[in-house]
Ligand binder design. Sequence first.
Ligand code: PMP
Ligand code: GLN
Length: 412
Amino acid sequence: MTQGQQGQQGRPLLNSRLAGFGTTIFAEMSALAARTGSINLGQGFPDTDGPEEIREAAVRALRAGHGNQYPPGPGIPELRNAVADHQKRFYGLTWSPETEVLITTGATEAIAAALLALVEPGDEVIAFEPYYDSYAACIALAGGVRVPLTLRAPAFRPDLDELRALITPRTRLLLLNSPHNPTGAVLTPEELSGIAALAVEHDLLVVTDEVYEHLVFEGAHHPIAALPGMRERTVSISSAGKTYSYTGWKIGWVTADAPLVTAVRSAKQYLTFVSGGPFQYAIAEALQLPDAFFTEFRDSMRRKRDLLAGGLRSAGFQVYEPEGTYFITTDIAPFGEEDAYAFCRALPERCGVAAVPNSVFYDDPEAGRSQVRFTFCKRDEVLESAVERGDGGAGPRPAGAGGRGGPGRPRS
Ligand code: PMP
Ligand code: GLN
């Protein structure tokens, strides 16, 4: 059944909090890619697995019976220690593995648990738009009110005066994401200080999604939790999926002051109770990989960014070069088109490549109407072949007309 279908008593089956959140755009565009045999540059998942030794660590754990039965609710001690050590190694932050680290089922569960734990119905949650889709759904599930702060092209910087103006007595928390999906913007130390000062001044909580912490190409990643006055009000979230290229394992974590972790754990225990046992052992090892692993991963993704950005530019897109993440936001205005959703539905037929429309990540329909996101976490030959498919056209082609040949040349 779909969300529009009636259930018993003439009521829609899907409750009003989730109305409008039917199928995620990632699932929709991945299904379209599969159906059309297209190269999938929509949903962000790597097409090569992460380090072999980490996969072997998972196999070893499975065979040894480590984590095959319910692991401890907050996560196995080995992984909580490794998360704490990693935060210390990269950011100088000190967290108690016993009380200030919580292992979750991916960052997705951490976000859900944090919002369900900390938001009362009617509380306002300020989030950057375009936002990652689960933010909107989880704010709705918690009964919160989403208040978007629009990041605008071309630089997608947050306007701190605008942020100040959005804060009301009902504001409960700021939901941050840096490096930012889908725009690739990375908050600067000055922006982080400005946001932190507002959070302290108005006594707000901050939930910060830092899953792309190791994918910063320009500048560096700075956790907001490290700033003065932030430790006691910040829930930091990360995940193994992006850094180690095992998105299917769904191991994520929260680091925060003990009372915040206790609150988030209260929600987490009724969502999943515990998270993927044997994978926790493997990720505990992954977090201890030498610095060279993280540097090489970032450098190889930077190369892929440059490869895809160049290809998209030569195909005629306006490219907003990302400072971080493995996504590139583009604009389709040079093709004389403006409806990103229609464009993405047609793109597989037009040139055999799938992408994701950023427009669905905005409340303001105009702000992202013509933005399209491509991921570059794919093998070089796949990116090259996507670029070739996009580079052959002269003029926009309607679906099915003239075979594969690119989204079209820009109109001058
Ligand atoms: N936050 C952002 C910004 C993401 O892009 C993603 C996608 N992986 C997630 C959270 C979810 O992470 P996970 O797969 O660990 O649940
Ligand atoms: N985070 C990935 C993306 O933004 C995919 C996540 C998902 O499919 N829910 O593409």
